[in-house]
Design a protein around this ligand. Structure first.
Ligand SMILES: Cc1cc2nc3c(=O)[nH]c(=O)nc-3n(C[C@H](O)[C@H](O)[C@H](O)COP(=O)(O)O)c2cc1C
Length: 192
């Protein structure tokens, strides 16, 4: 049997580091390429590849924050405080790289769109785990803007068809996160 104990060890202790407590740092672009490559290597019924990734890094983070996120927020909130403006105009800049994962289902005679959305979730998880396995701080976030049609359109998605599965924030770990509660398998798993 092929023994991948190192992977089991990683999965046993890995933890997300929230965007709130990460520093942007610097993600090695070779690591990023590998994260993107393995992140797309997921279960996908019919090999339909029903997802798109948009990388938001470098200067694009500030541009995306100010011209897409803040603008969308202001459209729905006529008056905002300076504090809120500060938060909404710096969302992406909490990380060095943010990967937006768009679930892009297609019509298929046998395969349900639900499965395509699940596959997009698998892309998110795999990107997250790949980034964490390099030692980066990483978190899967949706926040409010994953559900905003202007944001979806700016990422190439079509409202009513496509959905944002998540934003994978990747930065530098400057603080170790405390463990969160973890499920007790005995309460979740049963044997038929
Ligand atoms: C689809 C999805 C969306 C999420 N969106 C948010 C979010 O908007 N804000 C947040 O604080 N955590 C969000 N989380 C939770 C965190 O990313 C993460 O699950 C949590 O911090 C613990 O993860 P860990 O098991 O990797 O340590 C989301 C998780 C998922 C699966």
């Amino acid at each position: 049997m092929n023994n991948n104990q190192a992977i089991i060890n990683f999965l046993t202790i890995r933890r997300s580091v929230t965007a709130k407590i990460m520093a942007p740092g610097s993600v090695d672009r070779k690591h990023l390429q590998k994260i993107l490559e393995v992140g797309l290597r997921v279960p996908d019924h019919g090999a339909l590849k029903p997802w798109r990734l948009v990388v938001i890094a470098g200067d694009a983070r500030k541009r995306f924050d100010e011209t897409i996120i803040l603008t969308a927020f202001q459209k729905d909130n006529a008056t905002i405080t300076e504090e809120v403006k500060g938060i909404e105009s710096s969302r992406m800049q909490r990380a060095d790289v943010v990967i937006a994962v768009i679930s892009k289902p297609i019509q298929h005679k046998n395969i349900q769109q639900w499965e395509m959305h699940l596959s997009a979730g698998a892309v998110c998880t795999t990107l997250l785990y790949a980034a964490q396995s390099y030692g980066y701080a990483a978190q899967w976030l949706t926040e409010w803007y994953a559900y905003n049609n202007k944001v979806l359109r700016a990422l190439g998605g079509v409202p009513g068809e496509d959905r944002i599965a998540g934003f994978i924030f990747i930065g530098e770990k400057i603080k170790n996160p405390v463990e969160r509660t973890r499920p007790n398998p005995e309460l979740i798993v049963s044997y038929f």
